[in-house]
Design a binder for this molecule. Structure first.
Ligand code: NAD
Length: 505
């Protein structure tokens, strides 16, 4: 018997009709000739029908953003004005959490409690960006000689394309858009074709907050042609993308034609290293959280643990026991902790990794198959723990993006660092030990953009986030997240006419 914790369908009434998504171009809601549906991964019903953008519609959105930037009404407005707008948006997000969270859950399959947390947490990102807007300043150089004054100023980079994925649609958009706006940029946004609706709802709130014409434009649709055009268009100054490493490489190539700036937040294969002297109860709880949060469909998923050999069997048994208690099931039930997998194709991909690992000699200690949730037609996957994993297996190297934990073992700290760093990715990593020297030593040697010690996935708007290696380039949130959207300009000013520059008269 599997002995998992599963919540059956709640019988909650779903919306009467699918949400209708349209583009927002120059502050006007626009339709397309074609539309595309989104089927709920948990409930199997169509939850939204969206306009399917074309290249011409993408160009129109970029033109609107360009005109708004060049006009200067936003890009040269006092920071106080921009901060006030961002704060109004934050207030409106907070007032609309329920409405947005329901669509977010129905499109992504994530639990409603986590959608609520995602949307209300995103409001805080808007507030934080508002607070940063008024701190922008450059440098002055008053030591270059009696007749020279140097001033380094920061300016908005220009028109920014924002392309987002399906796993945290509202949160990831809010890691980018308010910071770009705080800097004075104008934007074109494309949400994932699987989760367009919360971005459209944000568009409604932007208008309600008094969005100046063309400052934010939204185009719905697929990577081709919409995303590709946003990455290559000559009038776009920067592309910021969150998504898969493969698409990120394509975006870099598309952007190279005009050498526009590219910022990438990509995948991860994030290790948690557990030493024998760790608080093993807390570590087991954090490992369980790290792998099942958002059904493992999370760039920060702690998808591999490196456990000291002496405690590996005992620690794995603890994680398996906790995994049985994690509440899987109907995302609309308030107690559910893990919901549905985003598409049937993705479910197959997850299962493929588990079956391949088993065929290569790994052991499935728990789960390892799709999960039936009574009363629901969607896709769910069992909490899965795979032991005996070795570095040559795909499950140890690739981003599985599902509720599947790989367990590897180590003998020495040196070996743990080498194993952790033996990855194309470098997004995040964790160290569990009660010895502060162990924590600090490893934290400094791990090649990852974020290292957690004795915690996992704690995050704050103030703490910058981003990846080493193929996990991306550039940084989001925090002070550095704002800096990404700025150009730096030097003003070198001659004061008075005390000498000839080159040729004496
Ligand atoms: P994806 O790369 O398939 O799609 C992301 C976005 O890119 C979507 O909007 C999609 O329509 C668009 N797109 C697709 N092809 C394109 C093209 N040729 N040109 C331009 N745009 C194109 O990613 P996904 O499956 O939606 O999201 C999952 C991935 O996102 C995972 O790899 C995950 O690790 C990553 N992710 C990273 C972070 C981070 O902060 N590092 C956060 C969340 C997700």
């Amino acid at each position: 018997m599997l002995d998992l914790t599963i919540l059956a369908a709640t019988g909650t009434t779903l919306p009467d009709a699918p949400f209708q998504g349209r583009h927002l171009i120059g502050n006007v809601w626009t339709e397309s000739a074609a539309t595309f549906p989104r089927r709920s991964p948990s409930h199997g019903v169509t939850v939204s029908v969206s306009a399917q953008g074309t290249e011409a519609e993408t160009d129109a959105a970029i033109d609107a953003a360009r005109a708004a930037f060049d006009d200067g009404g936003w890009s040269r407005a006092p920071a106080k004005t921009r901060a006030a707008f961002l704060t109004r948006v934050a207030d409106l997000i907070e007032a609309n959490v329920e409405r947005i969270a329901l669509l977010e859950t129905l499109e992504t399959g994530k639990p409603i409690s986590q959608s609520r947390g995602e949307v209300s947490g995103a409001a805080d990102l808007w507030r934080y960006a508002a607070s940063l807007a008024r701190t922008l300043h450059g440098d002055s150089h008053n030591t270059l000689g009696a007749d020279i004054l140097g001033v380094v100023v920061k300016e908005p980079i220009g028109v920014v394309s924002i392309i987002t994925p399906w796993n945290f649609p509202f949160w990831i958009l809010s890691q980018k858009l308010p910071f770009a706006l705080a800097a004075g940029c104008t934007c074109v946004v494309k949400p994932s074709e699987m989760t367009p609706s919360s971005t459209v709802m944000l568009g409604e709130l932007l208008l309600e907050a008094g969005l100046p014409t063309g400052v934010v434009n939204i185009v719905l649709g697929y990577g081709q042609p919409v995303g590709a055009r946003m990455a290559s268009h000559p009038e776009v100054d920067m592309v910021t993308f969150t998504g898969s490493t493969a698409v990120g490489k394509g975006i870099t190539a598309a952007a190279s034609g005009t050498l526009k700036k590219v910022a990438l937040e990509l995948g991860g294969k994030n290790p948690q290293i557990i030493f024998p002297d760790a608080d093993l109860d807390q570590a087991a709880d954090a490992v369980t959280f790290g792998i099942y949060f958002n059904a493992g469909e999370c760039c920060n998923s702690g998808s591999r643990i490196l456990v000291h050999e002496d405690i590996a069997a005992n620690f794995t048994a603890r994680v398996v026991a906790l995994s049985r208690k994690v509440v899987f099931g109907d995302p609309l039930h308030p107690d559910t902790q893990v919901g549905a997998i985003v598409t049937p194709a993705h479910q197959d991909k997850i299962d493929g990794y588990v079956q391949a690992a088993q065929a290569a000699g790994a052991t499935v200690a728990l789960g390892g198959a799709p999960l039936q949730v009574p009363g629901l037609a969607g896709e769910f996957y069992q909490p899965t723990v795979v032991t005996g994993v070795t570095t040559d297996m795909a499950i140890a190297r690739d981003e599985v993006f599902g509720p599947v934990l790989s367990v590897l073992t180590f003998r020495t700290a040196e070996e743990a660092v080498a194993l952790a760093n033996a990855s194309d990715y470098g997004l995040s990593a964790g160290v569990w030990s009660e010895n502060v020297h162990t924590c600090l030593d490893l934290a400094r040697r791990l090649r990852a953009g974020t290292v957690w010690t004795n915690t996992w996935m704690d995050g704050f708007p103030e703490l910058t986030f981003g990846g080493f290696k193929q996990s991306g380039s550039g940084r989001e949130i925090g002070r550095y997240g704002l800096e990404e959207f700025l150009e730096i300009k030097t003003l070198c000013m001659r004061v008075g006419r005390t000498r000839a520059l080159w040729v004496r008269p």
